[in-house]
Design a protein around this ligand. Structure first.
Ligand code: GLU
Length: 471
């Protein structure tokens, strides 16, 4: 049977990075084996599932580029099918109606807890014949004896004793099917060969295998991947920073960087850190995923992101940068070509948000010079160089890099200064900060009017400072 994996999120919130990693591992496993990848939305919890969450999950999957071959399938559209299977179980005596009142179940539970036993249903209704017209739940008749062996592709062999598992509810009193039943029906109907999911589902696996066996179906292979921890060793949560995939987009992370980062959380190939999607498909093996939980490391994500920002085509970076400029209230159409700006800034930013911040000066005047840079470079010694530069710039006929550069060279020569003593004050004057692309490119992209205006502002700033110091 050809490989088929699935990603089966419950739409009760955004797509968490842990979920995204599971989605990626499933996707890689399918692609590696030339198989198919299914997206299934497990929306049977009507109270907690929302359309916004479904949209958020679909948007995140699209952004990550984890395209699916089948789906999205919605479990809420398959209730007839689940009921058909439940009826089949009932008919074959593999499931039964139970009308135990809540009070009975509570007393049972309390007694078991008091005896330090694991709380479980005692099978009270197994032999009773309860009418379908009475309020009831349906329970799966779990085998009493024997074991369930899970050959987990990540965790190895796990053995469960049937006498530890109870007769789980497969249909609630309101007629809705429960998680373990719907997953089993879907995995089987959809021909899933490999179930790759979070290890919070390990204990569901023997129950699911028992239901599958009762239905005469071959269970799929399972792989339970460990959770992601925060840097303090506790389960990754909002308290550690961003956990939603789309929040990473909003923070200016590239999708390939997040995927590359996520694949390395729990999987490795030698000492390599950087993998393109194609390399991941080639090298990834689910059996190589670590059993132990891995910790999220934001610094590493930023390092990987910077790598991909540097590697990307400027046109693509510009396209992705544009909304971040918009967030700063800047319309890139009203200034220099954003592709050129992106090309110049690619080496300088770890995220697109940072790139937008350090590129804002190309599009609008800044309120203040960065204080450290101003303190260092906008001082009395810079007055003369800046005045000369301003004069020469104002006299230029054209505004192109080479000639702009020549101005800096000429002024340095005439004042016998090294070029930095001219270029740095000029940079702070025009960019507001001590770091920017080459001075010629910076001047050219900022444009004549804005450059002259900002140099005047810098001169005024220096004069004011000199006066203050004199008084
Ligand atoms: N819907 C489940 C969840 O979001 C996953 C179920 C599964 O992968 O079997 O946790």
């Amino acid at each position: 049977m050809s490989t088929k994996t699935r990603f089966a999120p419950s739409p009760t919130g955004y797509l968490h990075v842990g979920g995204a990693r599971t989605a990626l591992f499933s996707w890689l496993h399918a692609r590696k084996h030339g198989g198919k990848y299914v997206l299934r939305i497990e929306d049977t919890d009507l109270q907690r599932s929302t359309t916004e969450s479904i949209n958020a999950i679909l948007e995140a999957m699209t952004w990550l580029g984890l395209e699916y071959d089948e789906g999205p399938f919605y479990q809420t559209k398959r209730f007839d099918r689940y009921n058909e299977v439940i009826d089949e179980l009932l008919e074959k005596n593999l499931a039964y109606r139970c009308n135990c009142p809540k009070e009975r179940l509570e007393t049972l539970r309390e007694g078991q807890m008091a005896r330090k036993e694991k709380p479980r249903y005692d099978g009270h209704c197994r032999g009773l014949s309860i009418e379908a017209t009475e309020p009831h739940v349906i329970r799966f008749r779990n085998p009493d004896e024997g074991t369930v062996v899970v050959d987990d592709q990540v965790r190895g062999k796990i053995v469960f004793s049937n006498n530890e598992l109870d007769d789980l509810i497969v249909r609630r009193t309101d007629g809705s099917p429960t998680y373990n039943l719907t997953v089993v029906v879907d995995d089987s109907d959809m021909g899933i060969t490999d179930v790759i999911r979070g290890d919070d589902h390990v204990n569901n696996t023997p129950r699911q295998i028992n239901i599958l066996k009762a239905l005469g179906k071959e269970p799929p292979r399972y792989a339970h991947v460990p959770m992601i921890l925060g840097d303090d060793g506790s389960r990754l949560s909002k308290r550690h920073g961003a956990v939603s995939v789309m929040e990473y987009r909003n923070q200016g992370i590239l999708p390939e960087a997040l995927l590359n980062y996520l694949v390395r959380l729990g999987w490795s190939h030698g000492d390599e850190e950087l993998f393109t999607l194609d390399q991941m498909v080639e090298l990834f093996a689910i059996e190589d995923v670590n059993k132990a939980a891995s910790a999220f490391n934001t610094e590493k994500l930023l390092w990987i992101n910077q790598h991909y920002i540097k590697q990307s085509e400027p046109a693509r970076i510009a396209r992705l940068l544009s909304p971040h400029m918009g967030n700063l209230g800047i319309d890139p159409a009203e200034g220099p070509d954003l592709v050129e700006v992106a090309r110049q800034q690619q080496e300088r930013a770890k995220t697109l948000v940072e790139m937008a911040e350090i590129s804002a000066f190309f599009y609008r005047d800044f309120d203040e010079f960065e204080s450290k840079a101003a303190k260092k470079h906008l001082k009395a010694a810079a007055l003369e160089p800046l005045q000369q530069v301003r004069q020469k710039l104002a006299a230029l006929d054209s505004w192109v890099g080479e000639e702009l550069h020549q101005v800096v060279i000429d002024v340095s020569a005439s004042l016998s200064l090294n070029m930095g003593k001219v270029a740095q004050p000029l940079r702070v004057a025009v960019a507001g900060r001590a770091a920017s692309p080459g001075i010629d490119v910076t001047l050219e992209l900022v444009g004549r009017e804005a450059c002259l205006r900002r140099i005047d502002k810098a001169l005024a700033y220096i004069n004011h400072r000199v006066e203050e110091q004199a008084s």
